[in-house]
Design a binder for this molecule. Structure first.
Ligand SMILES: Nc1ncnc2c1ncn2[C@@H]1O[C@H](COP(=O)(O)OP(=O)(O)OP(=O)(O)O)[C@@H](O)[C@H]1O
Length: 515
């Protein structure tokens, strides 16, 4: 069916069929994608599932022309096509939306849209552009104010802009790589719901990488599952249960193993934050005087939309950013977050963006796993003589225990998939039996469901052993599931606090959105 509307700037023809046939991609001796075929039928919402390292990103990067496949082909409406760059993909109507925003914060929505065009000329006639953009916005499934600088948009609006960019570029096939990881559950539902409406109207096809079964069952028509680089299953969502999808991903049945909290939190304060203030990199205040006491055997969740000061607060606690005023006590002693204090009080931190903040990408998995302990026995003798064999053995235990998918312990950590980098850092930070205070920032970002369950279990077990856990997360569901107490951070201030049983979800959503 072809639909055209004279008053709109969007050509509403049916999207083309995208077919990937027998695609293989190797990295050295490692086969990331092994003879995989997938068909994205016109006007369908298709989810691409798989464990961390299954090959999902490699598949879509081959389709987008970021990588060149070793064999196999892509065809559009049964015509084989050569795609060697995202610009080529765009010619065939294929566009991609990433986990992270790609718009320029200091520029307005209109400027970002015009900038995104591959054919932008050197001279831009703004009046004409605004007329065209206004018409385009009217015909779009959602609207964002054209004159607002991107820096002032909430996360949901920014993600809508990323999608609008693709509609503006007339993409008819949208590839989304975990598009909701930075959104609140309400924002995620809104964005996916609007996309689904476009799919139902026959204006778009969507291929979405996701680890969230809730979103897959609510919005997708069809799934394709990858396992260890191979096609592991395919089917219609309406014919499949979540357990069946999970089984396709893992190759085996997995019963959910929820770790229960065993006792209420103690009254012993471990971390006391008193009127702490800290600046952003640009010198403006990010943390505006916050107070919090975290007790042994307690998980406190700090909820908030990213960019509200939580990253800077975690950096202060982890010794990566100075506080401009205020005081922090750990176990009643003044704490300045030095390495020796962290060691003395057994404080462990899982920062955001672990590849950048907690790993040395060109060093091996084994070396990264040993970063905390390489100079301690038994991995080192006399504090300086490193024993590589023991470092590797120690690494192998953690690789098995945390199911890190890596060709070997000697592979550079920068070559692992996002989820496996995260597992490597978690393995290093959570494996210490002695941890007393754990500070975790978005610990499950990008992890597959089995890994999330495992990490959540580890955090609750740590809590049950008396560890004080500060969980900073943009995933509200995660905070509600794990925390004993919830605090909402907005514009650098704690604007809501409640025991989890008494928490008011509507109020939390409002406070997170800055109301
Ligand atoms: N540039 C690269 N060099 C070497 N190996 C790579 C490279 N990119 C990916 N790999 C490997 O290919 C495999 C598949 O990775 P890919 O990123 O496609 O997985 P994924 O399913 O998207 O995982 P995740 O859910 O963790 O993002 C992994 O084992 C990864 O280590």
């Amino acid at each position: 069916m072809t639909t055209t509307t004279a008053s709109t700037t969007r050509e509403l023809t049916k999207p083309p069929e995208l077919e990937v046939v027998n695609m293989t991609k190797r990295f050295g001796s490692m086969t990331a994608l092994d003879n995989v075929s997938i068909t994205l039928k016109p006007g369908t919402f298709h989810a691409l599932l798989g464990e961390n390292g299954a090959g999902k990103s490699t598949l879509v990067k081959c389709v987008m022309g970021f990588y060149t496949a070793d064999s196999g082909e892509v065809s559009i409406d049964n015509q084989p096509c050569t795609i060697t760059s995202p610009r080529d993909a765009h010619k065939y109507g294929i566009g991609m939306v990433y986990q992270h925003f790609t718009s320029v914060p200091a520029m307005t929505v209109a400027e970002n849209l015009v900038l995104s065009r591959f054919d932008s000329s050197n001279i831009i006639k703004w009046e004409e552009e605004y007329d065209r953009l206004t018409l385009f916005m009217k015909s779009s499934p959602f609207q964002v104010d054209l004159h607002t600088p991107v820096a002032q948009l909430a996360a949901g609006q920014k993600q809508k802009l990323e999608i609008l960019k693709q509609l503006y570029l007339k993409s008819r096939i949208l590839i989304l790589d975990e598009p909701t990881s930075v959104l609140t559950p309400q924002e995620a539902d809104e964005v996916l719901g609007l996309l689904r409406n476009e799919v139902i109207a026959g204006n778009l096809s969507v291929l979405m990488i996701s680890h969230k079964f809730r979103e897959v069952t609510a919005f997708a028509d069809e799934i394709t599952v990858l396992r260890k680089g191979k096609l592991a299953g395919h089917g219609l969502v309406k014919n499949l249960t979540v357990a069946e999808m999970a089984q396709m991903m893992l190759g085996e049945k997995q019963e959910p193993k929820q770790v229960e909290k065993t006792a209420p939190p103690s009254h012993i304060p471990v971390l006391e934050i008193k009127d702490i203030r800290a600046n952003k990199d640009n010198g403006l205040e990010a943390v505006c005087g916050v107070d919090l006491t975290l007790r042994a055997g307690e998980i406190v969740g700090i909820a908030g939309v990213s960019g509200n000061g939580q990253r800077e607060l975690v950096e202060v606690l982890a010794g990566q950013r100075p506080a401009t005023s205020g005081q922090i006590l750990v176990n009643g002693e003044i704490y300045k977050a030095t390495r020796s204090e962290m060691y003395k009080h057994q404080i462990f931190a899982l920062p955001e963006e672990p590849l950048k903040n907690a790993c040395v990408p060109h060093m091996s998995v084994a070396e990264n796993l040993a970063l905390r302990t390489f100079d301690l026995p038994p991995q080192a003798q006399n504090g300086w003589l490193l024993v590589p064999k023991l470092i590797r053995q120690f690494a192998q235990v953690l690789i098995n225990q945390f199911s890190i998918k890596t060709p070997s312990a000697d592979t550079p950590v920068g070559n692992l998939s996002g989820g496996n980098v995260q597992r490597t850092v978690l393995a290093r930070e959570l494996s210490s039996e002695n941890v007393k205070l754990l500070i975790a920032a978005n610990p499950c970002f990008g992890l597959d469901f089995a890994a999330v369950e495992f990490i959540h279990g580890q955090m609750v077990s740590a809590r049950n052993r008396g560890v004080a856990v500060l969980l900073v997360s943009e995933d509200l569901d995660e905070i509600l599931k794990l925390s004993d107490r919830i605090v909402v951070i907005s514009e650098g201030k704690f604007v809501y606090e409640s025991d989890i049983e008494a928490a008011d979800f509507v109020e939390i959503g409002k406070r997170m959105a800055g109301h």
